[in-house]
Design a protein around this ligand. Structure first.
Ligand code: SAH
Length: 281
């Protein structure tokens, strides 16, 4: 497990604000319909396009969250709000989304207004490690592919436990490392961390122990590594097809490193992907 300083958030924010040399989030959003997370495919014969497969992953997370009418949900690392909007359309809940990208806050607010959901959704700039909310302010929380960015996941989980009321549900979609990790695997892990602003990776066992140390009991753990695996290849292909645009205001070496890291990621067995639902004691 990597434990870093809050300053490490800066590279994550740059990555999503698109102020760095690679304007990654924008490109994914345009091509993949706004979800900044993996797709879910039932099997090899399933030819759903990414914009459908990514919505499926959101739906699996909605099932794990088991939202009830009137609940106040915290979306930790909300992106541009696409998963939040799907949850809000399906369930009569309220939601607060946080992200450390200012441009995402703006896009999520505009998106909520356009979708007619602004009366039940607010989005703000905040760090998962320092939540600007009083104790016991939420009934449920989810983090779709955001925890791996957080420099100190222990602190983020402590904060989630603090702002959630007892018996609340927490749903997570995250990468885990399968051990033992070969030397070649470790090189890819290091490269992924560097390229994508990833600061918290661990084995599933360590993840569960950490959850439990903050009072979360895991109810359901689904290893969906095989179902999401296609995402990396599709993403690398998508980036390759807009490579010229990606390098326009930047650095071709960086773009190529990103594409090759994404391809290696898919073919590295050390990376697993899980959905976890847990309840707070
Ligand atoms: N959950 C969204 C976005 C996933 S991308 C979706 O599935 O579409 C990862 C998100 O985590 C980004 O919005 C990023 O800004 C956010 N994030 C990363 N580190 C964070 C931190 N320390 N605090 C809050 N949000 C963070």
């Amino acid at each position: 497990m990597t434990v870093g300083s809050p300053d490490m958030n800066n590279d994550v924010a740059n990555f999503y604000n698109g102020s760095g040399t690679v304007r990654v989030a924008g490109k994914i959003r345009d091509r993949w319909g706004g979800n900044l997370h993996n797709g879910y495919w039932h099997d090899d014969a399933d030819d759903a396009p990414p914009e459908v497969a990514t919505e499926r992953l959101t739906d699996l997370m909605i099932d794990l969250l088991e939202p009830r009418p009137g609940q106040n949900v915290l979306d930790i690392g909300c992106g541009i709000g696409k998963p939040a909007f799907r949850l809000l359309r399906a369930h009569a809940v309220r939601l607060v989304g946080i992200t450390i990208s200012e441009s995402q806050v703006e896009q999520a607010r505009v998106g909520a207004a356009e979708a007619g959901l602004a009366d039940r959704a607010t989005f703000e700039y905040a760090d998962a490690m320092r939540l600007p909310f009083p104790d016991d302010s939420f009934d449920a929380a989810w983090a779709l592919e955001s925890m791996f960015h957080v420099p100190d996941r222990d602190r983020a989980l402590a904060e989630a436990a603090r702002v959630l009321r007892p018996k609340s549900r927490l749903a997570l979609a995250d990468f885990v490392l399968r051990t033992p990790i070969s030397e070649a695997g470790m090189q890819v892990v290091d490269r992924i961390c560097e390229t994508f602003g990833v600061h918290s990776f661990s084995s599933l066992d360590d993840y569960l122990a950490q959850l439990s140390s903050h009072g979360f009991t895991a109810l359901d753990i689904r290893d969906i590594s095989d179902n999401v695996a296609r995402t990396g290849t599709l993403l690398a292909d998508a980036w390759e097809s807009v490579r010229e645009q990606l390098v326009e205001n930047g650095n071709s070496a960086e773009v190529d490193a990103m594409i090759s890291a994404t391809r290696d990621f898919t073919s590295t067995p050390e990376f697993g992907y899980v959905l976890i639902s847990a309840t707070l004691d």
